[in-house]
Design a protein around this ligand. Sequence first.
Ligand SMILES: Cc1ncc(COP(=O)(O)O)c(C=O)c1O
Length: 489
Amino acid sequence: MQKILIVDDESKIRRLYRSLLTAEGFEVFEAEKSQRANEILNKEEVDLILLDLALPDFNGDQLHKKIKKKSGKPKVIVASVYSVDKQRIRIPDADGYFDKSEGTDVLLSRIESVFRSSGSKAKALHTIPLFWPFISDKVVDAISEVLKTRWVGEGPLVRRVEETFQSMFKIPHAVAVNSCTSALHLAYILAGVHEGDEVITTPLTCYATVTPVLYQKAKPVFADIIPGTLNIDPISIHKKITNKTKAIVVVHWGGDPCNMDEIGAIARERGIPIIEDAAHALGATYHERPIGGLSDFTCFSFQAIKHITTADGGMLATLSKERAEKAGKLRWYGIDRNFHGDLYEKFKIEELGYKYHMNDLTAAMLLAQLEDLQKVLNRRKQIVDRYRDALKEIDGIELLWKQNDRESANWLFNVLVDRRDDFQKKLASKGIETSLVHVRLDVYPILGGNRQNLPGMDQVEPRYLALPLHNHLTDEDVEFVIQTIREGW
Ligand SMILES: Cc1ncc(COP(=O)(O)O)c(C=O)c1O
């Protein structure tokens, strides 16, 4: 059992870390002062010290100098209230730093990476998660500002975030809602999808893509996918069109844009609207144009694990002013919130609407998050480039196509892998999470429950897999994933 010594004068902090680390299977010692810490170190072979700097009897850095390491032990993580970025702490040979405001998840990952970098066979303490939400520091201030005002419902910030979104992604009209599912539902209504109609889409997507098709009592029809991209195949779309088809719904799987030129040509020829489910594709481009301004409707998600999150939230983009106005009413029970005249006039509701609007708290969060979107996208691209470069020649792994006429938003990093179960088990044994993320929809009982004739989907079904990709991944984490894969499975 590995031993960790917590040196901190605050008993509350010691209690918190003790319960966290005990639950992770460490033997934990506590010292309030350096003197007590020294006594423990003389008796116990401690593996790691979590060291607060501001000790009453001694400065932590002086204690640190006195620690005698035997064969590299104990490791020392300086746990401070001061941010490392602000350069308030400087300890020459500390093994790691932890700013107490970073949260316990981060602490566990620091401890793990310190053990890992020393080659210790520490059990995977804290996984390298598949997803980890990005939440910018600015969000807390942005929310607090709104909380100080009287207005937390749908208000001026919702309009502001719509305008920001329009200009960032060259979108003619944006309507902010409470989820991508809501945006999709409004798009289906506006595209005229009704009972008995058919909507062509991909089988490889989240159930949310088709749930609102079912709300409309219409039928999802699955076209096949291209095994090299996992995206819907235009040729298959063409074959599935009937006179009941009311919409073509494409999903940019993992953030890689679909073949929009071919799909656009088919849709135009048959006069069928295109709805892009861009839940994975915020910031992606196709022929240098941002996803969002290409089709009749595009739906975005800011749900918990997306590039930038507002916990939940969505945006409907549309090319048509009339449809945007109608969507604006439908998101609020069918009532025009901008109408400020007589209430009997205002409530002349003609069409069933929903409670799908975004509120000002969410909008404030989104505005703050959007400021960092480019940074988020750049880092994801950097990680994906490294993965691609390192994994391209590994036997048993096939990369998806990289297409030069489009830029992925890199929400997922998918590979096709042989003996996927063994691969997942190997990575899991090192604490690395992987996942299919979604399974083909035709097997869901509510959608038929049987594998349909989709050879492209069949081909990749036993092989596709997503590796960890998020903004908390360090370069060392990425190398650790790569190294683990190189070891074989
Ligand atoms: C492809 C796809 N579409 C739609 C959604 C639904 O998004 P939301 O949770 O914002 O409704 C998701 C959610 O993860 C998704 O992956």
